[in-house]
Design a protein around this ligand. Sequence first.
Ligand code: SAM
Length: 348
Amino acid sequence: MATNMALINQLMDQHSLTHDQWTQLLATYTPEDQQAAADIARDLTIQHFGKQIFFRGIVEFTNYCRNDCFYCGIRHGNRQVERYRLTKDEILACCEDGYQNGFRTFVLQGGEDPYFTEDIFADIIATIRKRYPDCAITLSIGEGTTAAYQKYYDAGADRFLLRHESATPALYQRWHPAYQHFEHRMACLENLKAIGFQTGCGFMVGGPYQTAANLADDMVYITKFKPAMIGIGPYVPHSQTPFRDFPAGNEDLTLFILSLCRILFPKVLLPATTALGTVQGDGRQLGVLAGCNVVMPNLSPLRFRKQYLLYDNKAGINDDAATGIQKLSDQMTAIGYTVVKSRGDYRP
Ligand code: SAM
């Protein structure tokens, strides 16, 4: 059996491991393996991007959601959450705020809210595209039809983040009600890529019932899918979900997986997520030191932040846009990185 260090070297040379090798690595890694992977990943990131971190501004424009993911705080079945949706003008005001603060990527994220029909949403995208021709528009709005995705692309959206959540069909079904289908989510990812979006997939680490073999499925899937972006964060419990009693995912395992993703895809856009910053205060700095090259501060109006809680104790909910940006910027400076507010497109 190869040592874990031999597997990390193989990953660097061949950009692929077998399912068994992934399982071994993820089940038996030591702090030394984690450190070695982080060192390689950080060097690769600096080689391709310099010590520069891309900033994206997230606008959480609705917390209405027709889905009922068992882990998510804004799931349809959570009757305690107060629902909100931003008007078009409010979304545009968030973008303007972001633009004035130097952002050149806007990420529109929300629950799957039926109010935003294809036409309403395409109109919002087209308006942002017209107003900010030098900015990238990223969507994170869940599953949709190919026709809707095409319409959003034609209206001017450039990128789409759709975490696959789990590449193990049985685990996916344990995390979601029967009407949410693994095959549909995976098909959406294929469709997004075929349309031409810079497409991101991703998953939670340490979610309920998840094993090293499940995570190996994720890594094998990602290897084949070749995403432009990968969104990975620890599972964090939310007190108003069926999974409330499961513990949060392990931070070290999350960081190790981020490093392995960087080694697998040296040029991928890899965010240090808010969930990582939630399980540990300096989580996003550790993420950057493990190979991440993107952070995504919140541009949503302060008054709605507490209503977009995917999990408990979410980082940054009391900071207005400018304060949040400044804090993250300072965190990056403190570890010797600079924040670049350019579009930061994926360059294969
Ligand atoms: N509705 C869109 C979708 O399905 O892609 C975007 C919003 S959804 C809330 C964004 C991501 O939040 C999900 O893909 C999921 O991985 C993550 N998420 C939800 N609940 C979480 C939790 N309890 N802990 C960590 N991440 C969570």
